[in-house]
Write a protein that binds this ligand. Structure first.
Ligand code: ADP
Ligand code: F6P
Length: 334
């Protein structure tokens, strides 16, 4: 259950905009729906920006109605599309973006994206008069200040469903599989999925693996026959595919494991109930915060409470992967 803050409304806004940026995530549509409906129900016009910052800088935005977000709460992806836009790193382009928003009478912007998008949001908030509120829209769950991100739960369940299927063939053939999951330089998806699937081992960037030690532990668990799952979950790291190198290294100490890279299926699919509720609450809270005259923050979740995190902290600080949580999978496997 999530708890929403009570805010005193101090600003009458005529129009706001919403955009999705960076890697898309399941739950972005429920968030767009919540921002739109919450604002319209308070008499505030809403503009949807297409393709993230790429659309913003060319004025690719359109006024939304309640009907614009009908029947999207259950849909994966983002009806506003998303993009990566290097040009937005240029301050003059950000000034152009702010002018485009103002020319439409837009006073507030909700940015739904990962740490890169929230960096752009912080700069826009600091460099212009536009009030900006960010929402953590990424499957990675690597956003400082929030226990959760929109899309993480769905991605974990998608990966888990795939791994349970891989486990069937691993057990049938008594093979070891290295399953690579997304998360870029973070191991939050790998750790959550590793615990949920009963992995023999989890490999994450935060806690580098010792190949010799790992090989000995794997050999022990397979020789003792203690319910080896045949699954090692590997976080992809900076680029996908590095798991093949790990397989080769492990293969020098025993049978070479098979590799399965889950890839972009983790980014799609219908958002889970958890992500729909999370997105709906954060989207509504984003409008409330703009109406309270608050800007330059991201809204996240801490101990089931919607919380404000200064965008500067989101950008400059790193979320830590709890070591005890990480060790739990290995502890419980034996
Ligand atoms: P994510 O938001 O999922 O982390 P990216 O890291 O690709 O995805 O960032 C998405 C977009 O955010 C970038 O394409 C760019 O438009 C904007 N962005 C990222 N970093 C910066 C930055 N340092 N300054 C301004 N804009 C940025
Ligand atoms: O940030 C979300 C994410 O899915 C990462 O986990 C992954 O490394 C990256 O995006 C992939 O980016 P792209 O879809 O541009 O290849």
């Amino acid at each position: 259950m999530l708890y929403m803050p009570e805010l005193s409304i101090s600003r009458s806004l005529s129009a706001i905009a919403v955009l999705t940026s960076g890697g898309d995530s399941p739950g972005m549509n429920p968030a767009i729906r919540a921002v739109t409906r919450a604002a319209l129900n308070q008499g505030i016009r809403v503009y949807g920006v297409n393709k993230g910052y790429s659309g913003l800088i060319i004025g690719d935005l359109h006024e939304m109605s309640s009907a614009s977000v009908t029947n999207i709460i259950q849909r994966g992806g983002t009806v506003l599309k998303s993009d990566r836009c290097e040009a937005f790193k240029d301050p003059s382009i950000r000034r152009q973006a702010a002018e485009i928003l103002k020319s439409h009478g837009i006073e507030g912007l909700v940015v739904i994206g990962g740490d890169g998008s929230l960096t752009g949001a912080q700069l826009l908030a600091e460099e212009s008069s536009i009030a900006v509120v960010g929402l953590p829209g990424t499957i990675d769950n690597d956003i400082f200040g929030s226990d959760d991100t929109i899309g993480f739960d769905t991605a974990v369940n998608t990966a888990l469903d795939a791994i349970d299927k891989i486990r069937d063939t691993a057990l049938s053939h008594e093979r070891l599989f290295l399953v690579e999951v997304m998360g870029r330089n973070s191991g939050f998806i790998a750790t959550q999925v590793g615990i949920a699937c009963g992995a023999e081992m989890i490999v994450v960037p935060e806690y580098p693996v010792n190949i010799n030690q790992a090989s000995i532990e794997l050999a022990d668990s397979h020789s003792s026959g203690c319910g080896a799952s045949g699954i090692i979950v590997v976080a992809e790291g900076p680029v996908p595919g590095l798991t093949y190198r790990l397989a080769q290294e492990l293969g020098q100490h025993g049978p070479e494991p098979r590799v399965c890279i889950l890839g972009h299926i983790q980014r799609g699919g219908q958002p889970s109930g958890h992500d729909r509720v999370l997105a709906s609450c954060l989207g509504t809270a984003a409008v409330d915060h703009l109406r309270a005259g608050i800007s330059n923050v991201m809204l996240g979740i801490r101990e089931n409470q919607v919380c404000e995190v200064p965008l500067r902290d989101v950008v400059e600080r790193t979320k830590k992967l709890d070591r005890r949580l990480f060790d739990t999978a290995t502890l419980l496997h034996k």
